[in-house]
Design a protein around this ligand. Sequence first.
Ligand SMILES: *[C@@H]1O[C@H](CO)[C@@H](O)[C@H](O)[C@H]1NC(C)=O
Ligand SMILES: *[C@@H]1O[C@H](CO)[C@@H](O)[C@H](O)[C@H]1NC(C)=O
Ligand SMILES: *[C@@H]1O[C@H](CO)[C@@H](O)[C@H](O)[C@H]1NC(C)=O
Ligand SMILES: *[C@@H]1O[C@H](CO)[C@@H](O)[C@H](O)[C@H]1NC(C)=O
Ligand SMILES: *[C@@H]1O[C@H](CO)[C@@H](O)[C@H](O)[C@H]1NC(C)=O
Ligand SMILES: *[C@@H]1O[C@H](CO)[C@@H](O)[C@H](O)[C@H]1NC(C)=O
Ligand SMILES: *[C@@H]1O[C@H](CO)[C@@H](O)[C@H](O)[C@H]1NC(C)=O
Length: 885
Amino acid sequence: MARSSTDQENAPLLSDHGSEEDYSPTARSTFGERLNSVAQEPLTPLTKILLVLGLVLLLTSSVFIGLFSGAQHRLNGGGGHTHTETITITTTEKVPASSVPVSLTTTTTIVTTTAPPLPVPTTVPEEKPCLEAHCIVLSASILSSLDTTQDPCENFYDFTNGGWLKAHPLPADKSSFGNFEALAQENRQIIKEILESTSSISPVDDQILTKLRDFYGSCLDEDKLNDIGAAPLLHLAKTVQSLYNGTNPSISNDEPQDKANVKGLTAAVAFLHSRGIPALFSFDIEGDVGVDPNHMVLWFNQPDLGLPSKEYFEEEAMRQIYADTLERLLISLIEEEDLQQQRQRKQPPALINNDDAAVWPPWPWPPWGGDDEGKPINRTLEAHDLAEGVVAFERKLAQASLDLDVLQQDPFATYNPVPVSNITDTVTQIHFPTYFSTFTPRNYPDRIIVTYPQYAVSLADILDETPSKVIEAYLVTRAALLLSPFLGMDTDAWQAQRSLLEALTGIKKGAVGDRGEYCIGRTEDALGFAAGRYFVNQTFGGDSREKGTKVITDIVDSFKASLSHIDWMDKESAEAAAQKADAIRVKVGFPISPNTLDPRSILNYYSLVKTNQEDFFGNILSSSISDTYKKWQQLGKPRDLNSWEMFPSTVNAYFNPPSNEIVFPAGILRPPFFSQDWPAYLSYGSFGHVAAHELTHAFDSAGRLYNQEGKLEKWWTNFTSEGFKTKQDCIVKQYSAYSIDDGKGGKVHVNGNLCASSCLPALSMILTDRFVRTSGENIGDTGLIQAFRAWKAQYNASEANGNEYLLPGLNYTREQLFFISFARIWAREMKPAAAVQRIRTDPHSPNRFRVDGTVSNMPEFASAFKCSKHAKLNPPNEDRCIFWS
Ligand SMILES: *[C@@H]1O[C@H](CO)[C@@H](O)[C@H](O)[C@H]1NC(C)=O
Ligand SMILES: *[C@@H]1O[C@H](CO)[C@@H](O)[C@H](O)[C@H]1NC(C)=O
Ligand SMILES: *[C@@H]1O[C@H](CO)[C@@H](O)[C@H](O)[C@H]1NC(C)=O
Ligand SMILES: *[C@@H]1O[C@H](CO)[C@@H](O)[C@H](O)[C@H]1NC(C)=O
Ligand SMILES: *[C@@H]1O[C@H](CO)[C@@H](O)[C@H](O)[C@H]1NC(C)=O
Ligand SMILES: *[C@@H]1O[C@H](CO)[C@@H](O)[C@H](O)[C@H]1NC(C)=O
Ligand SMILES: *[C@@H]1O[C@H](CO)[C@@H](O)[C@H](O)[C@H]1NC(C)=O
């Protein structure tokens, strides 16, 4: 199945093959075959004659169809949405004689357009659909996405996406795949082509490209990675271990964490954190939302854990799987150590399996031992015990961490500024001056914002009661779990982390995706602003930025215009809301810090990232070190207003409350979200929804607590707050009633109320964002009405400019297509395990509910589709959650 060309707007079909076209999802799979057969069989004279005859026939029929179209059109109620002429031309041009699926679909289309052949001439001039190649491709992609056997008023998600879902069964190597993922895949393909070419641009660009290509190449060379084995991971583990152990030989391995080992623990944790590996706690640099959101300060947080959320630690089966994974990681390190020692000693192979190999070597636990000499320790058993100990330890951390459901609605509760001494006096197991000096030698913080003060207290207690060797094993397995994906796939360590991933997401055992695509993904993660420069140059030309920005500003305007009519908002709050909407900064396309358009700026930004074609693992670490360094460099400084939290090629968007900005990377300003060439009703339905979603975040449960400067402030009156609360309860109730299948015969309910792990005042994105605070995602989706109004408001001018043109073969009104365009972006297949994980960690509801829930709150939808009063998606108004009346 051709996954990579999910968006036919973008598929190179037309440019490559002239009139070749695939209208139906099934056609896509046979496209290659058809091409082959055309290429292999030369046309005989008879075939040629037949072809010409067929063409003439089709042309003739097209003329008739054209003649009858006027009558048909009026029968449809004058909506102006049949596009007979196109169809005919499409049929004549597009149907390859050999292609059964294509001719089938096309026939259907002809039938639909010609049904009542009344030869009455039209009095009103027929509105002609666009017949240009890009319109036909776009039309085909929409048609093939639909499942018209579904009733849009009952299952709008299935109606819009049934065809797409059928044509895109979930690939074995993925736990979910939808239009976001499909576009991300396309974007990676574009970057891949740039990196795989050898083109040279300018001396500075060539230096950037070399960095990118070396990074990418180091990831691609799987043989090399397998040759290297687990050596780089062992090296890192030994460093962690010797830092932890090295400075204090006196600690006893069975005693609880000894206060005397403060230096060791501090050094080991700082080492891990500087490489982006979370352990024990985490620091972030964000604005001081209580005082000055543009002044960057230190935030103290709970860390990410080895399982995605605290619920998993309460499931015995999952704890077992996790413990097995950690045990395998530990044993793989032991084995690597053995291997290296054997190599060093240049032992003949015959000696490898001698008894020594089964005895505890200098590595791993207890490294400071020696008292066990004589009675060899069974290493398998030891690793097993340590793994269990680590899981129990992490479970305690999980239990001690912030309960996300409870506190997510309240950014005030997670804003606890304290003097730095509060943390240093609480977590005495870490010497913070030393810790900080690892990151910012010049800027010692005097104030810290703690998201959850109790966590620091619990952490100190848990550390006190945990044996030193368990903490050491925790530190080592944190690194091993996070970094083993960057080893060769033949290594035990790689396979251990992979089995955990399979259990968590439900992806098929052993089914790994395309290595090139994976490696582009890692390159993007590491050097995304560099890759973005070439991505933007390739994809974000013409009027894309202007047109994309206009959609957003139109929505801001329509939002402002609606404020005065909102029943739950009084005048005072509405005025403040309008001010906040005015103050929102809109960023579209790509950042200028680093400056995407200036190669020197990019090169300088990544100057710390050292890349070596032979050392993927080292490249990953180098880029993590650079990112961490850059993060800490912001401490104590004003916010860089031009920086971005996403790369230009990312298919996502975000609202950042402290900086009061909404940001849309070039990566999402592409079909099926947006195109500068699209008619407005499509752009406003899809990209407009993304924009309205992000804008609405500024006024959702958490966003409403930040004022126009990004400062925490209860700027709504009590009347408005209470009115909002009623609406919010309505949404929570609506979405909590939805449930998904957990794949084990049970159901998991959507959490109407959730924020992701750290609950920092950070980004609200349109898509999965496990590591940041989001809330009110479902409220965000109610913003669709603003996109609808914005589209309507610009309609007359837009139509005059020819931007509301119709597409061939789509028997739907523009209103209907607006909603179809919205729902289409949410097409996604997902494995049950992954769906459960998302419900637990991802504040966004499953896509089906994002679509059906959102439209059922909009009377405009029901009237666009003329839904009956009893239709599921046309509830009585009192049952709708209407935020923006
Ligand atoms: C177009 O759609 C309308 C209603 O959606 C339907 O009544 C009509 O039959 C359709 N026309 C054709 C030609 O399919
Ligand atoms: C840990 O410390 C002891 C005592 O200083 C030393 O003998 C041992 O080699 C150290 N272990 C590691 C792995 O560094
Ligand atoms: C270590 O213990 C495991 C499990 O009890 C056992 O299977 C293994 O044979 C033992 N290995 C050695 C070297 O004693
Ligand atoms: C730290 O701050 C928290 C919350 O402000 C307070 O409850 C706690 O007592 C303080 N601890 C210390 C050691 O100052
Ligand atoms: C941008 O694209 C053009 C055309 O493909 C190419 O000639 C040029 O070198 C590219 N520039 C950069 C900076 O990638
Ligand atoms: C608003 O509500 C808060 C708490 O519910 C109360 O303390 C305050 O007095 C109220 N303000 C007004 C103006 O009623
Ligand atoms: C658009 O034009 C129609 C008449 O052509 C008018 O009734 C409508 O009010 C106009 N809409 C807007 C938003 O200006």
